[in-house]
Design a binder for this molecule. Structure first.
Ligand code: NAD
Length: 428
């Protein structure tokens, strides 16, 4: 199993714009646009339920260490809460709250019957063995079990967690319930109920959005150029599928280094190199460049697919890409977003661009609930159709109201969640 331990800076710490602040500002803007009341705003802003737990972990040495875990369910009006579990040393409750809120909007925007959630443990996974991570995951699962379940809250992988982590969560939950319940998590290994096409779904969704945005801007895919920050679960696939669509991948980076090749990087060879060495550094098919070169590249499409808060007021003026497709969650700060909009850069926002993962998570949950498995082609066809139609929906809404794609996406999503509140009414 590969548990990725990427990342150095504390996530979202740049500018004043920590993720929760950005999420709150985006919501406030949507509320104003939609003309909703202060009461509606308050309901949409506050998480529905939060659970913080202590996780006692027996280290391999026999020592006991106490860690802290969180699960935040931001909204459950459209269905069970849905969202990833993150293991990273930068995790804090506010970051999880922001990510949970973005999940609510993402699920509403892509129109899957879920609310939004997120969970996480502040931990540097590089310092723990596999058996320690397994014990940690099982204890965390058992602590938050009262609020988990296929009809209540369905976790998925995020930074620092993967399909093995999901298998441990599923097993712990199932053993405690007395029977196997695959639909309690998504992003599982195929052999225990995972969906074909889930592993590549986020990257494919990013590329469907990139291609739709290029069509919007009348840029031909064939021969165009791209730059991809991050070569992990999202970035590596995005580079591969952009390359398959005919774009030259001129820049790629991971946390260890950055590469450039004006004629395009052979993504398959780079992937083999990364599998062998653990990083893009030392790849012979490209020249090393400073990290900044990747974000500031003069390319048609930029895909930030690594960290939150990497495009800031400090570097937004230097972003030359005509289209930015947000593979990562929250890579652009609020100020930078405004600066990019002012200079006419088309930004496809995270809640749309990286929604392919949760869409196929939904397909996995549907398959698990029905115990009926779809072919990879079926999954990919449905993914392509839904991502492209969601892009067009957001784009039309944005053009009609002269909004940025982010404002349009957020307003559309917030409207759907508010509509669910209104139709269900307030109990009692
Ligand atoms: P990952 O851990 O698999 O990959 C992260 C990559 O970013 C690694 O290659 C790492 O080396 C690189 N990186 C870290 N710091 C960097 C830096 N300073 N400069 C350049 N590269 C750097 O994580 P992932 O699952 O690919 O997630 C990436 C982002 O996408 C996160 O924001 C995550 O929340 C978001 N996301 C992921 C999914 C999914 O299905 N995996 C779905 C939606 C959103």
């Amino acid at each position: 199993m590969t548990i990725n331990t990427a990342f150095s800076p504390p996530v979202g710490s740049r500018e004043s714009g920590a993720p929760l602040e950005a999420a709150h500002q985006q919501l406030a803007e949507a509320i104003e646009l939609l003309g909703y009341s202060a009461g509606q705003h308050a309901m949409l802003r506050a998480p529905r339920r939060e659970m913080t737990v202590s996780i006692p972990l027996r280290r391999d040495t026999g020592d006991i260490e106490l860690l802290t875990g969180h699960r935040v369910q931001h909204n459950i009006s459209r269905g069970p809460a849905k969202g990833g579990i993150r293991y990273h040393r930068g995790v804090d409750l506010d970051e999880i709250r922001a990510l949970a809120m973005w999940m609510t909007w993402k699920c509403a925007l892509i129109d899957v019957p879920y609310g939004g959630a997120k969970g996480g443990i502040r931990i540097d996974t590089a310092l723990y063995s596999q058996p320690e991570l397994e014990r940690l995951t099982r204890r965390f699962t058992s602590e938050i079990m009262p609020i988990l379940g296929p009809e209540k809250d369905i976790p998925a992988p995020d930074i620092g967690t993967d399909e093995q982590t999901m298998a441990w969560i599923m097993d712990t939950y199932s053993v405690n319930k007395g029977h196997t319940i695959p639909a309690v998590v998504t992003g599982k290994p195929i052999s225990i109920g995972g969906s074909l096409g889930r592993a590549s779904a986020t990257s494919r969704g990013v590329v469907h959005c990139a291609l739709a945005a290029m069509e919007d801007q009348k840029i031909r895919a064939s021969g165009s150029s791209a730059s991809v920050q991050g070569f992990g679960k999202v970035g590596a696939g995005a580079a591969e599928f952009l390359s398959d669509a005919g774009l030259k991948i001129q820049y790629v980076s991971d946390q260890h280094g950055a590469l450039h090749a004006s004629g395009g990087i052979d993504v398959q060879l780079l992937d083999d190199h990364v599998k062998l060495t653990g990083s893009v550094v030392g790849f012979r098919g490209a020249e090393p460049v400073p990290h900044d070169a990747v974000l500031e590249a003069d390319v048609d499409v930029l895909v930030p697919a690594a960290l939150e808060g990497v495009i800031t007021a400090d570097n937004a003026a230097d972003i030359k890409a005509r289209i930015v497709v947000e593979g990562a969650n929250g890579p652009t700060t609020v100020l930078a977003d405004q600066m990019l909009a002012d200079k006419g850069t088309l930004v496809v926002p995270d809640i749309l661009a990286n929604a392919g993962g949760v869409l196929v998570s939904y397909f996995e949950w549907v398959q698990g609930n029905q115990a009926y498995w779809w072919t990879e082609d079926e999954v990919e066809e449905k993914l392509a159709a839904r991502m492209t139609s969601a892009y067009r929906e957001v784009s039309a809404y944005a053009k009609d109201r002269r909004l940025s794609m982010r404002s349009a996406a957020t307003a559309l999503a917030v409207h759907r969640v508010a509509e669910a509140h209104t139709l269900r009414g307030l109990y009692p």
